[in-house]
Design a protein around this ligand. Structure first.
Ligand SMILES: *Cc1c(COP(=O)(O)O)cnc(C)c1O
Length: 358
């Protein structure tokens, strides 16, 4: 026996997120508050009536029907995953595989590379410009040269917050000869740029969303996607039976039925994002335009970004550190409640004032 592990396993980047015990937790782009109280009550009520002895619904038909109605598609055009993470992984397994290529933009969600390599596929990285917009012309050229069997896109993009309009992405969608999976994890904060409205024109388009961000259900691990039935069927072949548990399905059904309860908070997050972006820009801190529930800030001196990250930690505020890699000098800050945002801004200002007057 030569080695315990399969070839390449130890070379996979390991996803890292600290289990934060900061009082103000703005490091994982979660909804900062628990579920709205009427929703939380309804979820608890549903959970208390679960037949714990039974397997969950085989085809998740109840939640699929609800999602299909909400998205304006048919039941056969919906797949549900154990987090959208599981759907991403399944897409790479189903459409990628040994000797095939999967293209995705960089910098984007760090897990794309892991799913690509787990599927024994070859990564093809697509470049972004200085504003973190995908270079569409270069991407079209790369697709023609490399002929990937799957293209992953993230819009709005994590960790940069960047938004691409459907018009900007259209030439790429037209050029792609393979399935195109658009990860819309943050779309509730930028409804206007969803590709759902043009999905009919592009039979290869897969649109993926999650309950983990705007809908405050990160604990339950539920994501979903819509694509034409043939693509859904292929992708579902690699999902495990009963992979989403009955408690999570019940929670997601309740949240989706009551999604209007989240509208005001989503609007507040968008308003707070604009307020924070303007306040930080005035300091000045370099803040990128964002269509999400977070802001990406960048410092010329990576040491300054790293020191600010440590300073915020010491003051019980958790943000995501990108100061070393892959985005030199970067910090990603999730938008919290107005009071949390005030505190974050106050501490950033205090830190920078103390250093910049030296
Ligand atoms: C958070 C996130 C996900 C994963 O969401 P889950 O549904 O919780 O697995 C997927 N893509 C992006 C870009 C994310 O930021």
């Amino acid at each position: 026996m030569a080695t315990l592990e399969r070839p390449g396993l130890l070379q996979l980047p390991v996803y890292h997120a600290d289990d934060s015990n900061a009082t103000i937790r703005l490091d994982a782009n979660e909804r900062t508050k628990n579920l709205p109280e009427p929703v939380r009550k309804a979820v608890v009520d549903r959970l208390s009536n679960i037949a714990f002895n039974r397997y969950p619904e085989m085809n998740m038909t109840t939640l699929k029907k609800m999602l299909a109605a909400g998205l304006g598609v048919s039941l056969e055009e919906v797949a549900i995953g154990c987090g959208s993470s599981a759907l991403l992984e399944a897409a790479c397994q189903a459409f990628g595989g040994m000797g095939r290529k999967i293209a995705y933009p960089v910098p984007s969600f760090s897990m794309y590379e892991v799913y690509v390599r787990l599927a024994d596929s070859e990564p093809v990285q697509l470049a972004m410009d200085d504003d973190f917009k995908l270079d569409v012309a270069a991407a079209i050229k790369t697709l023609a040269e490399q002929q990937p069997s799957l293209l992953l896109l993230c819009n709005p993009n994590n960790p940069t917050g960047t938004v691409m309009t459907p018009e900007e992405l259209m030439p790429l969608l037209k050029a792609a000869q393979c399935p195109v999976l658009v990860d819309e994890a943050y779309i509730e904060f930028s409804q206007e740029v969803s590709l759902l409205g043009i999905q009919q024109q592009f039979p290869n388009l897969i649109i993926m969303r999650t309950f983990s961000k705007a809908y405050g259900l990160a604990s339950a691990r539920v994501g979903y996607m819509t694509a034409r039935p043939e693509l859904v069927g292929l992708l579902e072949r690699v999902l495990l039976p009963y992979h989403v548990n009955a408690m999570s399905l019940a929670a997601a059904e309740t949240v989706f039925a009551m999604r209007a309860e989240f509208t005001a908070d989503i609007a507040e997050t968008i308003a707070e994002r604009q307020r924070m972006a303007a306040a930080l820009a005035a300091v000045p801190v370099q803040v990128y335009p964002s269509g999400t529930n977070f802001l990406f800030c960048r410092f010329k001196d990576p040491d300054e970004a790293a020191a600010l990250f440590d300073f915020l930690c010491q003051h019980d505020i958790g943000v995501r550190d990108f100061s070393r890699k892959p985005l030199l000098g970067g910090l990603r800050i999730t938008i919290g409640t107005p009071a949390e945002n005030d505190q974050v801004f106050k501490m950033i200002k205090l830190f920078l004032d103390s250093r910049r007057t030296i």
